[in-house]
Design a protein around this ligand. Structure first.
Ligand code: R5P
Length: 311
């Protein structure tokens, strides 16, 4: 692994350090500064010529800062003659605008893919994309990883009986179905209609949750509206306990207040996005995906199979 170098952006240095720890490596040395007008200044402080460089950066809030920093870092590696540059983007932001769902709107997921490619990145590793087809927005290899082996193992250890896995909206059905299969549980679906970007209206529940323990499964929790509304529906329909498992804890707006007041046994998130101390609640449990990302990096560097991680 000598020719493999791991660098970290500033979005999630703890996760980067854990990935480097798993690979028994130190993080690459990089100077990071600001010009007086706020522009980002980067300087790579070690030789990367001919190296296989992995740069870890979630495009989580502050999204624009973190995205721009990632692009600038990639540009620096390319100009420093790295042999191959892989962007490790545990949380891929701007993914929810993945199609024109009304006239005159952008497709930001495609725009970000274009920006990354233009910056000179050769490969992308990401996790639980909002829509798996975003992989096709790139014409470079994308390794799309899943947090499910980590999250399902957590729930399997709890030994819950009479379990039902619930998709909190139609968009999450595929993810919830895979989760349910792994847990050997039934599947239910909350049919959610959204009137505005941050408005949630739940209209229907498909499936039976009565006298069962439910696990809501989603790619991300942002304002918490989707999950909290779904918890309410499940309780009203007779679920005895409700857990939620969301890979990316964006947790913005009044998400924390909503979660605090919801009859939720536990909210499981992963460390793709750091959870600051002021957002920590006893009900929120963070699982680490560092080993999975580290193992994927190792396998890519050694040209071995990544998909076999998920069999
Ligand atoms: C929606 O399609 C996503 O999978 C999430 O359900 C949604 O983005 C979560 O947002 P919020 O927590 O703001 O309801």
């Amino acid at each position: 692994m000598n020719d493999c170098l791991i660098f970290s952006g500033s979005a999630n240095t703890a996760l980067s350090a854990s990935i480097a720890g798993y690979l028994e490596k130190d993080l690459g040395k990089m100077g990071r500064n600001r010009f007086s007008d706020g522009e980002i200044s980067i300087a790579i402080e070690e030789n990367v010529r001919g190296k296989d460089v992995f740069v870890v950066q979630s495009t989580s809030p502050p999204v624009n800062e973190n995205l721009m920093e990632l692009l600038i870092m990639i540009d620096a590696f390319r100009r420093a003659s790295a042999e191959r540059i892989t962007a490790v983007i545990p949380y891929f932001g701007y993914a929810r605008q993945d199609r024109k769902d009304k006239p005159r709107v952008p497709i930001t997921a495609k725009l970000v893919a274009n920006l990354l490619t233009a910056s000179g990145v050769n490969r992308v590793i990401t996790m639980d994309l909002h829509a798996p087809q975003i992989q096709g927005f790139f014409d470079i290899p994308v390794d799309h990883l899943f947090a499910a082996p980590v999250t399902t193992a957590y729930f399997q250890n709890k030994g819950i009986s009479d379990l039902v896995v619930v998709a909190p909206d139609v968009g999450s059905v595929k993810m919830a179905r895979a989760f349910a299969k792994k847990m050997r549980a039934d599947l239910a679906i909350v049919d959610k209609r959204r009137d505005g970007p941050d408005e949630v209206e739940v209209v229907n529940l498909i499936g039976n949750v009565r006298n069962k323990t439910a696990i809501l499964v989603d790619d991300l929790i942002s304002t918490g509206g989707t999950i909290v509304e779904a918890v309410d529906v499940l309780k009203k329909n007779g679920a005895i306990a409700v857990y939620a498992s969301c890979t990316h804890g964006v947790l913005c707006g009044d998400a924390i207040a909503k979660i605090k007041n919801a009859p939720l046994e536990e909210l499981i998130i992963t460390d793709t996005i750091p959870l600051p101390p002021e957002k920590k609640l006893p009900v929120i449990k963070v699982l680490s995906v560092a080993e999975m990302l580290g193992e994927a990096i190792k396998r890519i560097h050694l040209s071995s199979s990544v998909s076999s991680l998920f069999i």
